[in-house]
Design a protein around this ligand. Structure first.
Ligand SMILES: [Zn+2]
Ligand SMILES: [Zn+2]
Length: 304
């Protein structure tokens, strides 16, 4: 299986604490790094987790609250000092473009690489596209414009059965079509069915990131069928009213979204600093949904 790994760099809410950094995750897809949110401390965590800064080319910000974006100027400034080249693209809600651009114009004046800001607007849509992977933004329901991001692998090629390909003398030039599902037709017209030459492709995997948001069924609709879902779980159920008032969710509500979406696994995070033991939140979520992983700094989750 190709590498598709979620790395948790920060999973606290609002302010940094001795236990947690503010929100940041890095998706490692085949050694290309995609950062989602960039709270304070994100670049230190990248170092601690031994991530290669030169492989980071895309950063996605959910919204313009400090616990999701104040690490960005420092990170971009550090990249300048590394004399990196090429381009880093920051995808962010439109209201953040001018402020982030003026900060980086000031602090990265001697930057050796291009910093591009791509506004995410309206209902979101595709924000990154490659032959293997697509990233799509979708609206969340918070106090300011806020977006979730879903990473979807595209359909993969079938696996070639080497011994059978050799047995039927299939030329290399025919292999791509066969990996795509074609039969092989020999010179004498004999058809070798695809199933004789290949085995099933690995399943295409998907990951959705939802932070910050109040409980809303439209979120479940947006992430329907996702393999792994990260959903903020700022509070426990006893603070459900406060959660709604502040545009956040409880752990139980996060689990409801995972259940409604038909996800396979749920990662919870964005914990309020009042919780010294996040197992309380995980237990609450498990009353609704079976596979709940409480995020913690340094955690790596492979999509398998
Ligand atoms: Zn937040
Ligand atoms: Zn927020």
């Amino acid at each position: 299986m190709a590498k598709f790994q979620i790395n948790i760099l920060g999973c606290g809410s609002a302010t940094p604490t001795p236990r947690h950094n503010p929100s940041c995750q890095v998706i490692d897809y085949r050694d290309n790094l995609f950062m989602i949110d960039c709270g304070e401390g994100s670049q230190s965590m990248m170092r601690r987790m031994k991530m290669n800064f030169t492989r980071l080319n895309h950063i996605f910000l959910s919204h313009m609250h400090g616990d999701h974006c104040l690490g960005l100027p420092g990170l971009l400034s550090t990249l300048s000092l590394h004399e990196r080249t090429g381009k880093v693209t920051v995808h962010l809600p439109a209201e953040g473009v001018n402020i982030m651009k003026s900060i980086t114009d000031f602090f990265c004046r001697e930057s050796t690489f291009e910093i591009a800001f791509e506004p995410v607007t309206g209902d979101g849509g595709v924000v990154f596209d490659s032959p293997a992977l697509e990233v799509r933004a979708f609206p969340l329901y918070h106090r300011v414009p806020c977006y979730g991001y879903i990473f979807r692998e595209k359909a993969k090629l079938r696996h070639i059965k080497g011994d059978m390909v050799k047995f039927h003398n299939v030329p290399v030039s025919a292999l791509h079509d066969i990996k795509c599902g074609a039969d092989y037709v020999k010179h004498d017209g004999t058809v070798v069915p695809n199933a004789a030459l290949t085995s099933d492709a690995d399943p295409a995997m998907s990951y959705a990131y939802c932070s910050d948001t109040m409980f809303d069924e439209r979120v479940a609709e947006a992430v329907r069928g996702v393999d792994v879902l990260y959903h903020e779980s700022t509070y426990s159920s006893e603070l459900a009213v406060q959660a709604r008032q502040r545009g956040h969710s409880t752990a139980r509500e996060a689990a409801e979204i995972a259940r409604m979406a038909g996800a396979r696994k749920l990662i919870i995070g964005h914990y309020s600093k009042r919780y010294t033991d996040v197992e309380l939140l995980a237990r609450e979520a498990r009353e609704v949904f079976d596979v709940v992983i409480p995020a913690e700094e340094g955690l790596r989750v492979d999509l398998l």
